[in-house]
Ligand binder design. Structure first.
Ligand code: K7E
Ligand code: CUA
Length: 770
């Protein structure tokens, strides 16, 4: 099913619903029918508002058609939300520690953040700009997400199986970066272009040697799809002139094998207002044009593989002279201070807008290729790179409005959308025939814009999101720092319609990408014992019954488990100064049964999704009593999911005996508890009979719940046996407590079983197959 079909079927449903309401209103004066009218009147809504609401409303329990991944700007994160509801679904921590996900608190995730260290320094934030979804044959495949860090030139890999950051790679050559992440048609490479020129590799050189020593460049990170990781050793860069390389895009279909990177400040101007020089902004926009870099990356990869490179910080760099000699690097003038460079879905056209030029330029790939093949060049730049004559490759120059920036494509051939920063508008236009079709005001100062699969070979149309730089008066004021404003626009009909304003209170998003929700196939649980950051089974995987505390000198190692509603072990006793390592495994199989773990005052915290094993470490340098607990409200007895870390002061002498409960419970208490267990078991048996009497295997959700219930019930066996043994010895106090634990497992099993039963009832499940 295509996205537009999903989208339009939802619209059809919405309209049918709306028409039914209107029909009711017309047909009678039913109290319920009046309500819609009343609400519309009371709230002062226009018909247009009601239509917008109907187009964006996703009824409770239903899901969105598309999932958007937005950069989180200076938050260092990625924001995930649904379209058309614009409901936020997740923040993915990438370059920054984030306690809710345990990221940067658990040792396994600290190791990921540590990959992003620079010059021996922890960098605990990032300026994320451009997310890219992995592609197969030029369309999103929903497997991986890449995102760049502009401030600290790095690239991160997020696995969309669990929406977790798995890898961070540091640029070995650049001092800053902007034109990434963009992927090739089959995700062979992820591109990352430098921004502000500096000596490659990070050496010092005075600004007086800007033209000689300062350089830009573009890196092609090799992605290994099987491993789901970038391979720095197989990656390479291209040395480029100090032209402030900006955004990039890969060619596709017609232009496959090529990539495009534009630039600003090809003037190579160096400011220094305090030294009496005109500022950067004046000198960097003096010329009418800058340069588009056209790179034959397939050939560049061969050149790099052949070793025709210089090694800088252990990284292969194709120097400009080699690139020129090998015929893999060309320049074309482009409109002044451009920002986006966006290749059309068929790869035939390249659209570039200059922020300071009111025309958007459409380049013809055929013409570019012909000029390259015929060596039809207008000259060379100061570094000897051939310059293609703009006139010979320009397809159209279209005046769209002021401050054009980025372009995205529609499902309809030849239709594109370009953001107009200065005009605060979205322009819809025909790039093949060079015609402006429609303009829609937005609020305010649009940067990037995004259509569904809008940078792939197969854009889906349906919706456009305008990523605005300013919100100003759109929302209730929350202090001088305003939220961002993402505006949803319907592009499904001839006239664009603004549907919804979404405040985004996290960083300043730059680019976003949106994928059909159905393509994503995230998991709901891990194999028990998984180190989620490597995907491998942890050597510290711990099953029920294997929990232990071991001491080796000053090192105390705990192997523990988490399951509703207890942490095993429940008491950890160490000596002042001990180095404590706690490996925990969440034994749950049930969907959404995450547990947290924290030890107060020790900055220890983590998040354990079903099946995950992760580790926290600390030095017990403060003696005292430190309660630990689960931070997720995971069951009715969540508050009781607790324990104690006891840190004995050096030289402490015991004052009291051991931890023996008072004898309180009697034979009568025990029998009462056992009766509760027997009654509960009868309820469970009824539920089991209902479920197994139906074809529950045909209902995956019910089947998973039932399986989980059976597992929980299995855990009841141990305490039941202990209760009976204690009772046989006449230890009714202990027997009552164990019977209580037996009952806890039954209650959890019953809870899950009843959910499975309800699920089957709602699905109208038929009788079991014989
Ligand atoms: Cu803000 Cu693509 Cu970094 Cu444009 S970028 S607006
Ligand atoms: Cu586990 Cu609360």
């Amino acid at each position: 099913m295509t996205g537009s079909r999903i989208g339009s079927s939802r619209l059809v449903r919405a309209f049918v619903g709306f028409a039914a309401w209107v029909g009711l209103v017309a047909a009678s004066s039913l109290a319920t029918a009046q309500t819609l009218q009343q609400v519309v009147k009371e709230r002062g809504l226009s018909q247009q508002d009601v239509l917008a609401a109907a187009k964006t409303y996703v009824p409770t329990g239903e899901r969105d058609d598309y999932i958007a991944f937005s950069s989180g700007g200076q938050s260092g994160m990625v924001i995930v939300y649904g379209i058309p509801s614009m409901r936020i679904l997740k923040y993915i921590a990438v370059f920054n520690p984030e306690p809710w996900q345990g990221y940067g608190f658990e040792e396994e995730s600290k190791a990921v953040l540590a990959q992003g260290r620079m010059n021996g320094r922890d960098i605990t934030w990032g300026d994320t700009h451009h997310p890219a979804i992995s592609e197969t044959n030029g369309d999103y495949d929903g497997k991986y997400l890449f995102i760049n860090d502009k401030a600290n030139p790095r690239m991160a890999v997020i696995d969309l199986h669990d929406f977790e950051t798995k890898q961070i790679v540091v640029s070995p050559v650049f001092q800053s970066e902007h034109g990434g992440a963009f992927v090739s048609e089959n995700t062979e490479y992820v591109i990352q272009a430098a921004q502000y020129a500096a000596p490659l590799g990070g050496e010092y050189s005075p600004l007086e040697r800007f033209n000689e020593d300062y350089r830009g460049g573009v890196t092609y990170w090799k992605f290994n799809r099987e491993k789901g990781r970038i391979e720095p050793g197989n990656s390479f860069s291209l040395e480029l002139p100090p032209y402030s390389q900006d955004l990039s895009d890969f060619g596709k279909l017609a232009s496959t094998g090529w990539s495009f990177t534009n630039s600003f400040c090809s003037e190579r101007y160096v400011g220094g207002i305090e030294r009496g020089r005109p500022p950067f902004e004046a000198g960097c926009s003096a010329k009418d044009t800058d340069y588009l870099h056209v790179i034959n990356w397939k050939k560049a990869a061969q050149v790099a593989a052949a070793g025709k490179t210089k090694t800088i910080n252990g990284h292969k760099v194709i120097m400009m002279d080699t690139a020129i000699a090998e015929g893999i690097l060309f320049l074309i003038p482009e409109p002044k201070s451009p920002h986006g460079v966006d290749v059309s879905p068929d790869g035939e056209y390249i659209v570039i807008s200059g922020k300071l030029d009111s025309h958007t330029y459409v380049y013809s790939w055929k013409k570019i290729k012909a000029a390259i093949d015929a060596k039809n060049f207008a000259g060379k730049d100061p570094y000897g790179i051939p310059i293609i004559d703009l006139k010979t490759v320009l397809h159209a120059q279209v005046p769209l409005g002021l401050g054009p920036l980025h372009t995205q494509y529609d499902s309809k051939k030849g239709i594109a959308y370009t953001s107009l920063y200065v005009d605060s508008m979205v322009a819809r236009w025909d790039y093949i025939n060079g015609k402006l079709l429609d303009r829609l005001p937005i609020h305010y100062n649009i940067g990037h814009l995004m259509t569904m699969h809008g940078d792939t070979v197969k854009p889906r149309g349906d919706y456009l999101v305008s990523l605005n730089k300013l919100a100003i008066d759109r929302f209730q004021p929350v202090g001088p720092l305003h939220p961002q404003n993402h505006q949803l626009i319907d592009i499904g009909s001839d006239k664009m319609q603004l549907l919804y304003d979404m405040p985004l209170p996290l960083g300043e998003p730059h680019y976003s990408v949106a994928i059909e929700a159905g393509i994503l196939k995230p998991g709901v649980r891990y194999k028990v014992g998984t180190n989620t950051r490597t995907g491998e089974i942890s050597p510290h995987k711990t099953r029920a019954g294997e929990e232990r505390i071991e001491r080796n000198g000053k090192k105390v190692t705990v192997h523990g488990t988490l399951i509703r509603s207890h942490i095993t072990p429940e008491i950890i006793e160490v000596d002042e100064g001990d180095e404590v390592t706690i490996h925990l495994t969440n034994l749950e199989r049930a969907e959404d049964q995450t547990h947290g773990f924290t030890v107060g005052k020790y900055n220890v915290n983590g998040s354990w999704e079903p099946g995950k094993t992760a580790t926290v470490k600390f030095t017990a340098d403060t003696p005292g009593v430190f309660p630990y607990y689960c931070t997720e409200f995971c069951s009715a007895l969540h508050l009781e999911m607790q324990g104690y870390l006891l840190v004995k002061p050096t030289g402490y002498k015991a004052k009291v005996g051991d931890l023996m409960p008072k004898e309180e419970y009697t034979k009568a208490d025990y029998e009462k508890q056992v009766k509760a267990c027997v009654d509960t078991q009868a309820v469970i048996n009824g539920v089991v009979e209902y479920i197994t009497g139906r074809d529950y295997q045909a209902h995956p959700v019910a089947a998973a719940l039932f399986e989980d219930a059976a597992e929980q019930l299995g855990y009841a066996e141990g305490p039941k046996k202990k209760a009976e043994e204690e009772a046989a010895k006449g230890n009714y106090h202990s027997a009552t407590l164990w019977a209580g634990q037996w009952w806890q497992y039954q209650v959890k099993a019953a809870d899950l079983g009843l959910r499975a039963k309800t699920n089957l009832e709602q699905a109208g499940a038929g009788p079991a197959k014989k």
